[in-house]
Write a protein that binds this ligand. Sequence first.
Ligand SMILES: Cc1cc2nc3c(=O)[nH]c(=O)nc-3n(C[C@H](O)[C@H](O)[C@H](O)COP(=O)(O)OP(=O)(O)OC[C@H]3O[C@@H](n4cnc5c(N)ncnc54)[C@H](O)[C@@H]3O)c2cc1C
Length: 322
Amino acid sequence: MSVLVFVDLDRGALGPTATQACGLAVDVANGAPVIAVAMGSAPAEVATALGAAGASTVTVLEHEALDDYAPEAWGDALAQIIGRVEPAVVLATGNDRGNEVLAHAAAVLDLPFAANVLSLGAIGPTTSLTRVRWGGSLIEHAELLSERPIVSTALHAFAAPEGGAVPVVETMALELSADAARTRIVDRITVDAGITLQTAPVVVSGGRGVGSAEGFAALEQFAALVGGAVGCSRVVTNQGWRPHSDQVGQTGKRVAPELYVACGISGAIQHWIGMQAASTVLAINIDAAAPMVAKADYAVIGDLHDVVPAIVAALERRRPRT
Ligand SMILES: Cc1cc2nc3c(=O)[nH]c(=O)nc-3n(C[C@H](O)[C@H](O)[C@H](O)COP(=O)(O)OP(=O)(O)OC[C@H]3O[C@@H](n4cnc5c(N)ncnc54)[C@H](O)[C@@H]3O)c2cc1C
């Protein structure tokens, strides 16, 4: 028995969440081989990181169509390696790429695919699982009837293990059909520089309560003082106060900072889904009964136009003078 984990590399670099599924893989494998599968290339430091995360083998699939993200080609390639290795279970982190590639591979193999899983029972023809449904508002207990379960882990539900050994690295050249790479990346535009919403340790996020695009200046100051990034709710992007790339939630980005500061955000489930993985949540709201206040670890009940500048002033007072 072996466990196969698809890891999302971006032109040879590990994506920020790619190894989360290794947490479940090592558990499920229970000492059996864990095979990490990467597309295109895997530099030595990536292989080392995958070994540390519990992979006993790193298999790199080679073909020119696999060098950059191409969901159908990656799905086809993954289906081929699954056919060769015949693992007991196939896993990937349930980020956009993980879910898309597993869905393609499952379709090619005509096997069922369960996305956003929180726990797996003993692997067999009937595998019990729990998974996140309806954008996070429902935890489903289900049974997956499949000779080879294909499963993505709910984003941020698992952490990559640490301290594994140096893995065996093998490369495998594949044949792919000419139309496998019909969906591929032809250009990239960098919209984020420096600290990004998804990597920032602190996210200062604003909602309707901010009131205007200009109102975000104080949130920008706050974020800059703590090495953070600014996020927002959908109302804000709908109003055109911030770009969609700043939106947190079901139809925006999912973030997992150490601290999430929700300024004038009510805490609708579609927003909560995007930041529920934050370690600590601070709500700033005039309404003590707002759902965000009820769910937050800390809350300041007050007008954010007073509270945020007061925090900025306090942080500036404490800033070491140069
Ligand atoms: C399919 C679907 C997908 C969606 N996806 C997303 C998504 O990805 N992200 C998302 O955010 N939403 C999403 N939504 C919208 C979501 O349901 C809410 O409508 C939205 O999150 C509300 O934004 P808000 O909290 O900024 O505004 P509101 O709900 O209007 O809340 C404003 C809050 O600000 C407080 N407030 C007002 N003035 C002040 C002040 N001066 N100081 C302090 N507090 C103040 C109020 O008390 C209130 O709590 C989605 C909805 C649907 C149906």
